[in-house]
Design a binder for this molecule. Structure first.
Ligand SMILES: [Zn+2]
Length: 348
């Protein structure tokens, strides 16, 4: 291993802590600062650190999509202005890697300039795109063997199966896919995602129902990375749907209409990517190489698919309607919460 820097080389505390996590324990003397106690970094690790701190760490979220404010490469000289205490750290990384840091002008698809997504936001063009979504996304069959979970905070009667069905009408119309005219039951095969989605705290009384279909259910799978040939990000239906489900509350009127259309088309429900997918898998959203989304590269499809944690949204009241049965009910005790984090610069 040839180590070029160590965590003690940096003066910014966030950068030091990130370097400690990325670096290797090794008691040789650092060839830059001469200290032995820091975690050692190879050139590749310094590059990973620079990406995590300066690129991911400056990721700016838009209404749809997100783009980093800073990028670096070997063609540019450093041109970002930062707080004085950063200067030496940036110089050190620049010299070690032979790169410059600069303000990144994102490609516009990254910040939501995606035609089908823009069409979904306009009332007059929405229906046509929704029809494409219904036609082009795959059907997934959920059979009796597919157990999934649903969490309730403080149900009145925890042993009562009906407590785990879709909530009563007065509580509908606030979620991503439900509306007063289309009740939706949310569930997931990933219990951690269920816990996140319910925004539970340690004080809550939490119960979890293990559910299973009573017959094969037909779901429209919107978590699927849709293969598209000869289509750029700007015209991509895949990118439109991907961004829609990573967007906040302002996007819900659109996703609710997709749910209604899937219901009319005869589906029992939807599979969609959890908003918490990226937190759960610890991955960076909207990753790109040379301004092209990873989702456009056929060899990256599996990698991109793995970043998505699928959730189920079942239409109507599946327990009352006997489409879904309650296999088990348990108390869920929140014993340990683990936050993953990393750092970014301020004032760039
Ligand atoms: Zn050092």
């Amino acid at each position: 291993m040839s180590f070029v820097l160590c965590s003690n080389c940096f003066s910014d505390q966030g950068l030091r802590l990130d370097a400690e996590r990325i670096g290797d324990a090794d008691d040789s003397k650092c060839q830059n600062c001469g200290q032995a106690s820091g975690r050692k970094l190879t050139k590749e690790r310094v590059e990973a650190l620079a990406h995590r701190f300066f690129v991911w760490g400056t990721l700016h979220k838009c209404d749809y999509g997100a783009a980093p404010i800073v990028q670096f490469n070997e063609h540019q000289k450093t041109s970002i202005s930062t707080a004085a205490r950063f200067k030496k750290d940036i110089e050190l990384i620049s010299n070690t890697l032979g790169v410059g840091f600069f303000c990144y002008g994102p490609r516009l698809w990254m910040v939501g300039e995606v035609e089908p997504l823009k069409a979904l936001q306009e009332g007059h063009s929405r229906a046509a795109i929704i029809q494409r979504i219904i036609n082009e996304y795959p059907l997934v069959e959920l059979d009796e063997s597919r157990l999934f979970y649903r969490i309730r905070k403080a149900p009145k009667v925890p042993t009562e199966e009906a407590e785990y069905d879709t909530p009563p009408t007065e509580f509908l119309g606030t979620g991503r896919l439900d509306s007063t005219d289309l009740p939706v039951m949310y569930g997931s095969q990933d219990l951690e995602v269920c816990v996140h989605e319910c925004r539970v705290t340690a004080e809550d009384e939490i119960y979890v129902a293990s559910l299973a279909p009573t017959r094969t259910l037909k779901l429209l799978d919107l978590s699927y990375v849709l293969p598209e040939e000869h289509v750029t990000e700007f015209d991509s239906l895949d990118m439109a749907v991907h961004m829609l489900f990573l967007a906040g509350k302002h996007s819900y009127p659109i996703s609710r209409e997709i749910a209604k259309a899937a219901h009319v088309a005869g589906y029992d429900g939807l599979i969609y990517s959890s908003y918490f997918s990226l937190l759960r898998t610890g991955s960076m959203p909207f990753e790109a190489a040379y301004g092209i989304s990873y989702r456009r590269f056929p060899q990256m499809r599996e990698y991109e698919q793995a970043k998505s944690i699928p959730n189920f949204a079942l239409f109507g009241r599946p327990i009352a309607g006997q489409k879904v049965t309650v296999r088990c009910i348990n108390k869920l005790v929140l014993s340990h919460v683990n936050y993953g984090f990393h750092f970014g610069p301020v004032g760039v």
